[in-house]
Write a protein that binds this ligand. Structure first.
Ligand code: PA5
Length: 462
C-alpha cells in the first residue's frame, strides 16, 4: 500500500509557531473525522450527492465493456486522440504519463507492443491544434471525445473540426473512428452520438468531471494503449477499503486532509504544493491542482455564508524545481504545505560511471541516478524542516497501476474530507460555470442573448 508521513508538520520537528501538535489534534478531531467518513459512505448512494465516484472501483461492468472495446479495435489504429478539457482530460493524461513507457509517442510500434500512440488535445490553441492535426493520419486515428455536459465549447469545437475532416477523408466510415464518452441521457454530444451511431461510454450520474478518472473517462484511453486497467481498479478497491477506516490514526486521506486544513486555518499555510520526485508522476500534480482548486475554492459555505475559502494548489517537480521554487519555499513566506511523492523502487536503475574520479564530481561515480534522486528528496525535506516549513511525504512502493490508482483515489477522498472540514460543497463549480456561460454568450449561443448584451457592455469597461 502507499504510505503517508505527516511527521514534518509536527511542532516537535518544526516548532510551535508553524507546526501542529499532531497527537493532540488527532485526538481533538477523531470523532469529527469518524463522522465525516461514515457520512460520506452513507451519502454516496443517494442521488444528487455527487459521490458516485466512490463506487467506481466496483464498476465491473464498465471495466468489462472498456476492455471488450479495446480488444475489438486492437491493431486497427496508430493513434488515439482524446478530446476533452479539465476533468475530462487531466486524469487520463496523468495516468498515461505514469503508466506508459516514457516517451511513448516516439517509440517504435514494436517498442509499444503495437499499441497506438496517444495524444490529449486539452486546449484550443489554433497553432497547436493545426500542428497536431497536420502530423496525424486521421484515417488511422481513433478519436475519443469526452465531455460530461456534452456541450463544453472547447471540446465540442475540436470535435466539430475533426469530425468534418474525418468525414471528408473517410466518407461514411468516419463513424468507426469516433467513440464518445458522455452522459447517458443529456447533452448535445449524447444526442449527436446517438444520431450518428457512434460507440459510446457513459459517465455515470453523480460523478463530476474532476472525480471521473476511474470511469470510462480515464479507463478507456488507457485500455486502448494497452494498460492493464484491472490493476488500477484493484488499487482503488484496496484503498477504498483502507479509507473506510474511521480511525484517523489509520486513515491516510483523513490525516492529510486534517493536517492541511489545520495548517491553513490555524497557521496561515494556505498554499498546497504537490511535488512528486518522479517524472512519471508529473501530471498527477496537474490533476491534483484541478481537483483541489475546483473542489475547495468556494465563495459560500454550506450555510450560505460568504467565506471565500480554498488553499491555493501549486505544482512542482523534484528534482527539477529544486532549482526553481525551493529557494522561495525555504526562505520566502512560510505559508505553504508541501506534499512530496517519493518512489521506493523505480522500474529501472541507471548507474553513474566511475569516471573523473579525482575531480569535484568524482563522488557521483558508482552511485545510481535512483540514489541521487531520492537523496535529493530526503535532503530537501530535511532542509525545509530546518527552515521550519511543514511537509508531508506520500511514498509509493512502485509507479504501477495498483499504486497510482491508490494514490489518485486517496487524493480524491482527501479532497472530499477537506470539503467537509471547510464546510463547503466540494462537488460544484459555480465559478467555472460562470465563465463557460460567458463564453457561450460571446460566441452567440442561443438562449444566452441577454448575458451577451451585459457582457458586451462590461467588456468595454473591464
Ligand atoms: O471538474 C469539472 O467538472 C470540470 O473541470 C469539467 O471536467 C470541465 O469543465 C469539462 O467539462 P465537460 O466534461 O462537461 O466537458
Amino acid at each position: 500500500m502507499i504510505r503517508l508521513s505527516c511527521r514534518n508538520t509536527d511542532a516537535m520537528i518544526i516548532g510551535e509557531s508553524d507546526g501542529l501538535n499532531l497527537q493532540e489534534e488527532f485526538d481533538n478531531y477523531k470523532d469529527r473525522i469518524a463522522n465525516i467518513i461514515v457520512e460520506l459512505n452513507q451519502r454516496k448512494d443517494k442521488p444528487g450527492q455527487w459521490l458516485q465516484w466512490m463506487n467506481l472501483g466496483y464498476n465491473e461492468e464498465t471495466v468489462w465493456y472498456v476492455k471488450e472495446f479495446a480488444s475489438m479495435v486492437e491493431g486497427r489504429f496508430d493513434n488515439v486522440l482524446v478530446l476533452g478539457i479539465g476533468g475530462s482530460a487531466l486524469g487520463g493524461l496523468a495516468l498515461s504519463q505514469a503508466l506508459l513507457k516514457p516517451y511513448w509517442n516516439i517509440l517504435t510500434p514494436e517498442q509499444r507492443n503495437n499499441f497506438p500512440r496517444i495524444f490529449f488535445m486539452d486546449n484550443i490553441d489554433p497553432d497547436y491544434m493545426n500542428g497536431l492535426l497536420d502530423s496525424l493520419d486521421l484515417k488511422k486515428t481513433l478519436v475519443n471525445v469526452i465531455t460530461k455536459s456534452g456541450s463544453t465549447a472547447e471540446t465540442m469545437s475540436q470535435y466539430m473540426i475533426i469530425k468534418d475532416r474525418l468525414e471528408r477523408e473517410l466518407g461514411d466510415d468516419y463513424r468507426k473512428n469516433i467513440v464518445a464518452t458522455t452522459d447517458k441521457k443529456i447533452g448535445v454530444l449524447r444526442q449527436l452520438a446517438d444520431q450518428e451511431g457512434y460507440k459510446t461510454f457513459v459517465i455515470p450520474d453523480d460523478v463530476g468531471g474532476r472525480f471521473s478518472v476511474f470511469s470510462a473517462v480515464g479507463l478507456l484511453p488507457l485500455a486502448l494503449v494497452g494498460v492493464d486497467i484491472e490493476e488500477i481498479v484493484n488499487g482503488i478497491k484496496d484503498m477504498d477499503l483502507a479509507l473506510k477506516n474511521t480511525d484517523i490514526h489509520q486513515n491516510i486521506a483523513a490525516q492529510a486532509a486534517l493536517v492541511q486544513y489545520l495548517l491553513d486555518t490555524k497557521k496561515g499555510k494556505n498554499i498546497s504544493v504537490m511535488m512528486p520526485y518522479s517524472s512519471k508522476l508529473k501530471y498527477i500534480s496537474d490533476w491534483y491542482v484541478q481537483l483541489w482548486a475546483e473542489s475547495l475554492g468556494k465563495e459560500v459555505n454550506n450555510n450560505n455564508e460568504v467565506v471565500h475559502v480554498g488553499p491555493t494548489p501549486v505544482k512542482a517537480l523534484g528534482a527539477t524545481d529544486q532549482h526553481s521554487q525551493i529557494q522561495l519555499y525555504n526562505e520566502g513566506p512560510n505559508n505553504k504545505v508541501i506534499t512530496f511523492i517519493r518512489v521506493d523502487n523505480f522500474d529501472t536503475e541507471l548507474e553513474i560511471p566511475k569516471i573523473f574520479e579525482y575531480t569535484g564530481i568524482g563522488y557521483l561515480g558508482g552511485k545510481t541516478i535512483n540514489n541521487l534522486l531520492n537523496a535529493e528528496a530526503d535532503s530537501t525535506r530535511v532542509a525545509l524542516a530546518d527552515y521550519k516549513r511543514p511537509t508531508m511525504t506520500i511514498s509509493l512502493p512502485e509507479v504501477n497501476g495498483y499504486h497510482v490508482g491508490q494514490l489518485m483515489y486517496m487524493l480524491e477522498v482527501q479532497t472530499a474530507i477537506s470539503g467537509e472540514l471547510y464546510n463547503i460543497n466540494a462537488f460544484n463549480q459555480p465559478g467555472v460555470e460562470q465563465a463557460k456561460n460567458y463564453t457561450y454568450a460571446l460566441m452567440g449561443r442561443s438562449g444566452f442573448e441577454e448575458s451577451a448584451q451585459t457582457l458586451n457592455e462590461k467588456l468595454v469597461r473591464v
